[in-house]
Design a protein around this ligand. Structure first.
Ligand code: SF4
Length: 668
């Protein structure tokens, strides 16, 4: 018997201490595999089906092990959930008293020094900025952690936070007058002293890419790294291994240089002219944009950025952009010269000099086209500015280089890593071909608990009004009319969310007991809580609702997905990677597009069955899932639900607890 078996048994310490705990063979198997890798120093890539209980499966061996551990989660929300809920429960169950800490990226902590500097300088002109900054100052007086997520009055993504948080470049570090009460330094110290630290993928990758943002001092001392929700890691790593510079960063430098210059070297230059010139260049760059349709404008206003490859832009836009970029470089060089002359007068001036130097280098790299480099140059237009990116086609070499720096155990775990039982896609992206792999099957009886419906009659999946045409079909409408619990309508585009919302608002006039919720009308977490509490609501959302949402019971009885979630065909990074793979003789559709769509669909479908007693229907409005070879490959990646193409059968199945004999036409 392995030492883990008694811990996970029906009469063990976890069962005695954690309400609702049940023994699951898959959980024990996963924990044992993790234990073996901890003992041998091997890397493990594991898929844990829904309900396996992967969090306890990795926490138990980690808490029993020697050495220091890091657990990385996909989002800050999951990070807080793990640290505040799961970790204390399992520590109490096992009776261990090891020190734990949570650490986020630098931008998540209030910087007292910068906040005070901006308070003194008081250069806010807009009323909303003055009000938001006042809220931040009040928050500073009462927070003990400095975690900006706790400041309820100012959203975490509000641009004003750049005035009250630090960056690697502008932090004064050991020379800071507020060092002793610095929230970031305190969080880092707690993390350095802890045996187990909960971080997120952004922090992990930022540390790998920049050796800053949180624990450049910490990672080398870590023996075991568990990456939960590992399916999200390649995307985050790609972002951090990219080189970027934004108009907001240029404006931020201009603002900082003005304040710092006037404070520490007033006679050193005409700071308002110098900084005003850079600020103007940033503003002019923001105005150079490709023709934007009303829909694209609306999306940007809703916070959805527009991504375009540099080589896809019109010649005239590129020419204008390069002209403005040259002007910005001239303004940066002028600022650089002045900062060089004054750098010795104060540390902050020396830091700004380094930032100006870095920006000149980044702009230079973006402008220098190197056809041999395996990178794509692309632009991103958003509500607050424009960002230029240089993104590598592949991240495996860089990721492997970072992994190889220190000998330690790496555990990658997620509910969605395998495609039709194979891990090729994930391990190739990160260069983990040598890793051990494991699939820990879900304990749920998907054949009895879930039914997958791909209706026989369906609109063309490429139709721009697909979601409306789908909902207007009488058989789909009949399903919705007869549904007793709640439903998720998961769309592949924001446009479809808008169309579906319009349709459901009309539908709800005949169903006054229904609550219709749509992405964008309230923060994500608040929408999910209202959905859960109502019990028979309809929630319409796009990608951010496909994963990380847990609604057990009848409150979620149906998931309707408009179509297979392939990446948008015009996405510049996907396009460039596809072309690059094709040049090497690969079928890019098969190598990247199908696996990525399969992982996302698996996430979306995975919302439905969350406990042993859940029961529900998944409707996919895309006939390609049932009628094409690649659709059947995707299908083999999904939970093993009973399947049907008959809407009437699905309606009867939903209404009565009858056993399923799948109908014909679904022969995967
Ligand atoms: S040490 Fe850095 S982050 Fe901390 S208060 Fe000072 S400038 Fe801000």
């Amino acid at each position: 018997m392995s030492p883990l078996e008694p811990l996970f048994s029906e009469s063990g310490p976890i069962a005695r201490s954690v309400k609702g705990y049940r023994y699951r063979a898959g959980q024990l198997r996963l924990a044992q595999a993790i234990q073996e890798c901890i003992d041998s120093g091997q890397t493990l890539v594991a898929e844990a089906g829904t309900g396996v209980g992967k969090t306890f499966a990795y926490l138990v061996p980690l808490l029993q092990s020697q050495g220091k551990s890091i657990v990385s989660t996909a989002t800050r929300h999951l990070q807080d959930q793990l640290y505040e809920r799961d970790l204390p429960r399992i520590k109490a169950a096992l009776g261990v008293s090891i020190q734990t800490a949570v650490l986020k990226g630098r931008a998540n902590y209030l910087c007292l020094y910068r906040m005070e500097q901006h308070k003194e300088q008081g250069r806010f002109s807009r009323r909303e900025d003055i009000e938001a900054f006042g809220s931040i100052v009040r928050f500073a007086a009462q927070t003990t952690t400095g975690d900006i997520a706790e400041c309820a009055e100012v959203p975490e993504n509000a641009p004003i936070w750049s005035q009250a948080t630090s960056t690697r470049e502008n932090c004064l570090g050991q020379q800071c007058p507020r060092l002793t009460d610095c929230h970031l330094m305190a969080a880092r110290t707690r993390a350095a002293q802890a045996d187990l630290v909960v971080i997120n993928h952004h922090l992990l990758c930022a540390d790998m890419a920049l050796r800053d943002e949180g624990f450049g001092e910490l990672l080398p001392t870590v023996n075991h790294v568990v990456i939960d929700e590992a399916h999200a890691l390649p995307e985050v790593a790609t972002h951090f291994f990219s080189q970027s510079i934004s108009t907001q960063a240029l404006s931020g430098l201009a603002r900082d240089a003005l304040g710092v210059g006037l404070q520490h070297a007033r006679d050193g230059a005409s700071w308002p002219d110098l900084c005003g010139s850079l600020e103007r260049c940033a503003a002019e760059l923001r105005l150079v944009s490709p023709a934007t349709s009303g829909r694209e404008e609306a999306l940007m206003n809703a916070g959805i950025n527009r991504r375009i490859g540099w080589d896809q832009l019109d010649e005239s836009v590129r020419t204008q952009w390069l002209e403005k970029l040259n002007a910005a470089t001239d303004a940066l060089i002028a600022l650089h010269q002045v900062l060089t002359r004054n750098a010795e007068r104060h540390l902050e001036l020396a830091q700004l000099l380094a930032v100006a130097q870095d920006f000149i280098g980044r702009i230079g790299e973006f402008c220098e086209e190197d056809p041999a480099a395996a990178v794509v140059r692309w632009m991103e237009w958003g509500r607050y500015g424009v960002t230029m990116h240089i993104t590598p086609y592949e991240i495996a070499p860089r990721f492997q280089q970072e992994m190889a720096k220190h000998q330690r155990t790496w555990i990658m775990v997620s509910a969605t890593l395998a495609i039709a039982g194979r891990f090729d896609h994930f391990v190739q992206r990160l260069g983990l071909e040598q890793a051990k792999t494991l699939i820990a099957e879900s304990p749920f009886d998907f054949q009895q608990q879930g039914l997958l419906l791909v209706p026989q009659q369906l609109p063309d999946p490429k139709a721009p009004d697909l979601i409306e045409r789908l909902l207007q079909q009488s058989e789909i409408r009949a399903l919705l009319d007869s549904l007793e619990g709640g439903a998720f309508i998961l769309c592949t585009s924001h446009r479809a969310v808008g169309h579906a919302r319009g349709w459901f608002e009309q539908w709800a006039s005949g169903h006054p007991d229904r609550l219709i919720l749509a992405q964008g009308e309230a923060p994500r977490q608040s929408l999910i809580e209202r959905f859960r509490a109502h019990g028979a609501a309809i929630l319409i959302g796009s990608h951010s609702f496909w994963e990380g949402v847990d609604v057990p019971g009848a409150a979620l009885s149906m998931v309707l997905i408009d179509k297979l979630p392939f990446a948008p065909p015009d996405d510049p990074v996907m396009q460039a990677r596809s072309r690059w793979l094709t040049r090497q003789g690969f079928d890019s559709f098969s190598v990247i597009q199908i696996p990525e769509a399969a992982i996302l669909l698996k996430q979306g479908v995975g919302r439905l069955i969350r406990t042993e007693t859940d029961r529900g229907l998944v409707v996919v409005g895309d006939r390609r899932l049932a009628e094409t070879g690649y659709g059947r490959r995707i299908l083999r990646s999904l939970p093993n639900f009973a399947r049907t193409r008959d809407c009437k059968f699905a309606k009867d199945w939903l209404a009565a607890d009858v056993p399923v004999s799948p109908s014909p036409g679904f022969d995967a």
